[in-house]
Design a binder for this molecule. Sequence first.
Ligand code: GLY
Ligand code: MN
Ligand code: MN
Length: 437
Amino acid sequence: MKISLDQFVERRKELMAKMLPNSIAIIPSASMKQRNSDVEYAFRQDSNFYYLTGFNEPDAVLLLMPGRLAGESVLFCRKRDKLMEIWNGYRSGPEGVVADYAMDEGHCIDEVDELLPELLNGMSRIYYSIGQDEALDQQVRQWLNSIRSKVRQGAVAPSELVMLDQLLNEMRLIKTDAEKEMMRQAGDISAQGHVKAMQLCKPGMMEYQLEAEILHHFTMQGCRQPAYSSIVGGGENACVLHYIENDKTLNDGDLVLIDAGCELDHYAGDITRTFPVNGRFSEEQKALYQLVLDAQKACIAIAKPGTLWEAVHEESVKVLTQGLIDLGLLTGSLEDEITAGGYRDFYMHRIGHWLGMDVHDVGDYKVDGEWRPLQPGMVMTVEPGLYIAPDNEAVDARWRGIGIRIEDDVLITETGCEILTASVPKEIEEIEALMAS
Ligand code: GLY
Ligand code: MN
Ligand code: MN
């Protein structure tokens, strides 16, 4: 299932209903990025633009003008071009975006500099992502200057620039039923990729070979790109939080940490699992793993409407710190270790982030200076971890070089939460059983 055309139309309506009168929103698409010589990176549409259009071509600009009699949704896009289409594939063109994307008007992108100042003339304010993209900032300035140069002919330039993201981020933060379904599927495809990695892992394999198995599964399910660069870190590589080289051998006796998620029609999955390369946890690995798992489950247990965002993080700090004290890796009292931040040597990141079209999705974590309570429809990750640096001489040598993170995607519901990524095991016995089978 994909997001239907009706829903893109509905989103535009909802955004326009939030805009102040006599205003215009400008939302540009992503552009192609060069990789080297004649090669370009795989195209990924801008999330805000896709959220409002479902249109997956570069070089386009969406305008929303609530109340405009001639049409509220206007899309500038590439014109049809027989030769370019023979080389690079189909283009919708200005007629196509009206017919297939329910736009009120379509124009060729080549006309944007001429037509946009005319449309801005007389408007009070412009909503756009100010300061996010230098090219857009410059374009807006040029369009404004073009109107200002005609004030003696009666032109009136908009006097207010407003951050569009405030309105759009809040919409994207609360998922609709169709989005929840997309994210269930993204969660499940991601989970099955991890199951496959557990089933196939053997000492002597290369990290990139496990990565390849996961990406193969994603692609076979229609996810041509992962939601982010996969992390496959064997042994102490797991202690490098953003390790993406994935080019070392997986050794007998080590754990491997895999952080990988698919992108399904622009919606992300984001899962981390850590498991023994040879299928059996050692005593030290088991002790630390169980602690991270206990922390993760304690956090998931309080992930429900009304719980403050920060309270989930605090819960992870409390459980992990107590566990580190019990294992002798920290020596102070629970209170002192939390206040002094002793746990940060082992747990140096936050509990998680919003998840949606972007893996680190949009949405404020504080509102009016206060941590935000969780609400039904939000999707977040819960991903505590412990990383014992290989050169940490303050701890017994047997702990060093172990890195563990366990990450699931969680949808806040009316009564609690739904784990979208539950179909990949995380209990010690379940993992060992799966790897033995
Ligand atoms: N994979 C990125 C993250 O977990 O935040
Ligand atoms: Mn994450
Ligand atoms: Mn992750």
